[in-house]
Design a protein around this ligand. Structure first.
Ligand SMILES: [Mg+2]
Length: 400
């Protein structure tokens, strides 16, 4: 599998996503993807990664992964690892195209045909208009019109209706992050009883509407310090959340472990943790119940499947991340179907129905709240031909 051309596509209408197209010497193309740091990664692809890739006798994923791992920048969520993750997904796709097999088969085969999803209640413009990761980039429209997929506004304004709507569509899990504004106001140092009680009402309304039929995932984005988040978690306990996600940053391992122990709530973390060596201490210190692995950020499918196997030796589940692009969702779905410790897949209906389907075709099918993959070769996702014709993209290429 020799690479003849490395191409990047940077859409001007999304400031965070970058696609990487890997062309082999037989005319096949693999599609990779990365999210955040778009133009910086684009530069690194052409300046550093492409010369290595183009020089490889074989760019099969394991071989290329080793070749693209530098001695400086081999760890952490920086540009090197994020480039590697994006390229690696493209190489698995290319390998699938060459062998006419879906990625799930290349991973050893699906141990299940489909898996339950949960909906992350973002709106279409969540983290969409700028590169900011703060609430000012939530893209709120000030209307909770369900036909526009404004699920973020909806979880604040009409949480019960939103939960009912999701349940009626077959989706039995939802993730919301209503504590984030309070965290931002104090850099996570303090939450008032008033803010706490007001925010807990959202969970009460959801439970009153749908009872225990809905799994509730609470996203805290690692914004908190330990004392206020402990108050939040104790407050949430009566609503029986399925998991608490990133209560504090995942590098505060002892503190997460303490929170897990003191509150008795399940902890989900891992989407920003890079590779096996990043995940291992979380497992060793009993800090995680569910690993929310992100296939691109953790270093690609090559690394992600090893992370999944490592987690399995600790009887720890994986629940792969979405929110970082259509190709990543497809890669995560192939992964979770191939791993026995896969329990659920994150999806964002506001994205699937807007920019994911505007930019790409071949999304993993979702039916009755479950996601699967097709028998299409590779991961199945292709860039929309209209996007490739548009003048709203920056295209760069490196050739052998
Ligand atoms: Mg998360």
């Amino acid at each position: 599998m020799k690479i003849a051309k490395v191409e990047t596509i940077r859409p001007l209408d999304h400031p965070n996503i970058l696609w990487i197209l890997l062309h082999d010497d037989q005319g096949n193309v693999g599609l990779g993807e990365t999210f955040f740091g778009q133009s910086v990664i684009e530069e690194y692809v052409h300046a550093s990664a492409a010369p290595i890739l183009l020089g490889l006798k074989s760019a099969l994923p394991e071989i290329a992964h080793l070749a693209l791992t530098p001695y400086a920048g081999f760890q952490g969520g920086g540009v090197e690892q994020r480039t590697l993750g994006g390229i690696d997904i493209g190489l698995w796709d290319l390998w699938g195209k060459r062998t006419n097999l879906p990625v799930v088969d290349l991973l050893g085969g699906g141990v299940r045909d489909d898996i339950k999803i949960y909906n992350t209640c973002a709106g279409p413009d969540y983290v969409r208009k700028t590169t900011s990761q703060h609430t000012k980039n939530w893209g709120l429209k000030g209307t909770a019109d369900s036909s526009k997929w404004e699920d973020l506004t909806a979880f604040f304004e009409r949480p019960a209706e939103l939960a009912r709507e999701l349940l009626d569509s077959g989706i039995k899990g939802m993730k919301i992050w209503p504590f984030d504004p309070a965290a931002e106001a104090t850099n996570g140092a303090y939450i008032s009883q008033e803010d706490l009680s007001k925010t807990l009402k959202i969970f009460e309304k959801i439970r009153n509407e749908v009872g225990m039929e809905m799994d509730l995932m609470v996203e805290l984005h690692g914004l908190w310090q330990r004392t206020p988040v402990e108050m939040i978690m104790h407050g949430l306990a009566e609503f029986n959340p399925y998991w608490i996600e990133d209560p504090i940053r995942p590098d505060a391992i002892d503190a997460i472990s303490f929170l897990r122990e003191s509150t008795g709530l399940r902890i989900a973390t891992g989407e920003t943790v890079v590779g096996r060596r990043g995940v291992l201490p979380l497992l060793q210190k009993n800090a995680v119940d569910i690993l929310t692995i992100d296939t691109q950020w953790t270093g690609g499918l090559t690394e992600a499947r090893k992370v999944a196997t490592l987690a399995d030796t600790y009887a720890t589940a994986i629940a792969p991340h979405d929110c970082t692009g259509p190709v990543s969702l497809a890669a995560c779905t192939h992964l979770v179907l191939s791993q026995n410790n896969g329990i659920i897949q994150e999806t964002v209906r506001a994205y699937l129905n807007t920019w994911y389907s505007d930019f790409t075709t071949g999304m993993p099918p979702i039916k009755d709240g479950r996601i699967s993959v097709t028998r299409d070769p590779g991961h199945g996702v292709l860039l929309n031909p209209e996007l490739l014709k548009s003048d709203r993209i920056i295209r760069r290429e490196s050739v052998a």
